[in-house]
Each structure stands twice: as structure tokens, then as C-alpha cells.
Design a protein around this ligand. Sequence first.
Ligand SMILES: [Zn+2]
Length: 375
Amino acid sequence: MSDMTAVVDFNTATCEITIPYRFGFELEADDPSGYSCQGTALDPAQVNLGQIAKDYVDAVNAAMNDQFAIRLGDCDHGCAGQNIPIKISASHDDLDPDRVISVVTRSGRGDASTLCLGSADPGFPVHEAGHQLLGRGDEYPERDADTLADVPRWGRRERVRNDYNVMGSHHRFGRFAAFHERDFRHVLTFMRAAMPDCEAELRSVGDVVLDYRIFAGIGGGYLSGAGGYAGTAGFDIGFPLSRDREWSVLLGAQADFLSQIMPAQRQFVLTGMRLGFERRFLGTEVTGRVFGGGRIGVLHELESSTRPSFGTPGTTFGPHTAAFGEAQLGGGIMRNLGSGGGLTADLNIRAGSELSDRHDPAYWVNFGVMLGGQF
Ligand SMILES: [Zn+2]
């Protein structure tokens, strides 16, 4: 799909792998290619090229360093048995650049050689650095008709990935956009070729980016032998288990109000912590997900009673407080809204019980629908 070059340097004395890159920057009133930056002109007197160059290089180094390391094993090389960091060494060098970035004082759609000043965003240099430093191709769907007419192969759908890679739609993935193993695979290939006696492994060492979800919903089912309904609200923190965020551990808190419809209208307030696993099925517009887990917490029964009738005395329930446990299963969709966030809708089923030695511990089975958001 593309023909690019990537440089990898392994220093066996310091046990460091470096990907060097020298950027030159040149200010232009108009895009020299006559293609990228065709929008509104800015006043060039307002432009500080030195600062723009520094911000660009800093953004590349900050986003790409400390993401992956190589580990060598099964050999007696001095660098074996430790994480060998893959360092990104982007620098500003107008005298001997690997590439000159045309800094155009117009808005528009930039590329790996063109920065349209009116339309730059913090994710832009990071995405372009995937082309420049790693030799990677784009993974987002190309929608511009003129571009597709010029380069028909960019319309091929097999390029498109939705797994939060920087080379995909970094606007859509927002702060969750990350480089993946495949972006650094050439470093592994290089190390295997350079150190044929060693086993080499690529390891992710980047920070885990958490996500946050809120939800609320209603449900119905059974509650201690009678029909019941529920109102629910809560939040989760998602701990992704991989860079593609396909699997996550969810840790959160959830509160409910459960009530019988009849006969006594027994009522419970539940608060507890929930823990579960989520599997996502990543899509461009809509992401599917299923989850399963459990909750433990404290249940409080409010006081309620049945009326006496036909000679039967009334019964009073509660108030009482006890621990409870609950199993949960669910699935749903997230409508992707950009910046990695979205609106969620889920169906779930849960079954729980009071954990006490009372003679009639409360229990419930509940089917619910939850709406929420993720950010
Ligand atoms: Zn690109």
C-alpha cells in the first residue's frame, strides 16, 4: 500500500534502540504541492516558526517515547534479560533534514510533509510521525472524493482499522489513540536479524489510559417471590487489557432501588461495588460490547407491610440492613461520537441475593435497560 523507509539504530554499549529523525521546517504562504492547504490565509506576521517547530518535535517525542521495548533472551548478549527501550529521537535540523515540513499559513488538510497552520491539532504531528518515523500507512477510511479519484487504492476497506490506532481516525479515538505493536514490528524484525542468536520480543511499556462510564436505567423482574421493578444508576472505570481496548476490566459502583409491585411492596435500596470483564467489538460508527461480572454491597430494606384481610393478620417487613451479592451479564452498543467517547445502550440481566442467615433473605432476578455515556 505504501513504500516508506524507517531507520532503527541499536547501540549495544548502552542497550538502547533509537529511531532518529531530523525535521526541517519552512514557512510557506501557499502549499508548494498545490494540494494540501487550500483554506483561509493567516497573517504570516503572527507566525513564530521556531515555536511551531519546537511544538511539533516535542509532540512527536512525547507521544512516541516510552511506548515499546525489546527484550532479548536465550543468549548471553550483554543487553539480554532487560527491557531495551525504543527511543524516539526527533529533532529540528534545517541543515540536514530527513524531511522538510512545509508550514503553510493556511487552513486545510495537512500531510506528512505539510502542516496547515489554520487546522493543526495536537494529534496531527503524532499521526504524521507514524508515517515519517515508522513508515506506517493510514488506517482510516478515506472519504474525500477528490482524493479517492487521485489515489483509488486509498478507498480499499482492508486498510481500515478501528482499534484505536494513531494511524486510524485519531480524531475519532481522541485521547485513546495509541501506537500498537504492529507500528513497531519492524524494530522487532530488525533486532531478530541483528541478533540471530537471541530470542527477541516486543513489549508494550506505555501507560494504560483509563476510560470512564456513567449509566442509569430501569428494569423489571422478580423480587423475593413477587413481581418487581428497579431503578439503577452507577459508574465504571475501564482498565483496558491491551492497546486495542478489546478487553477491559470494569470496576465501578452501582446503586439501585428495588420494589415489589405486590403484595407488600417490599422496597430495597442497594449500593455496592461491581467488578467485571468487557469484550468490545470495534466498529467505525458503532461498537458492540458484552460484559459479565458481579457486585457485592449493602442492602437496606425499607419498612413496609401488608394489610390484614379475611382474618389474616398483616405482615410487617424491614427495616433491616444486610450484605448482598449479585451476578451480572449484559451486552449493548456504543454510538461513537468522536474523541473516543460515545453514548451507550445496554440490556442486562442480574440475579442477586441477600447474604444473611435471616429466615427469608431477599433475592431478585432483574432484566434491565441502561443508557449512558463513555468518555
Ligand atoms: Zn496519515
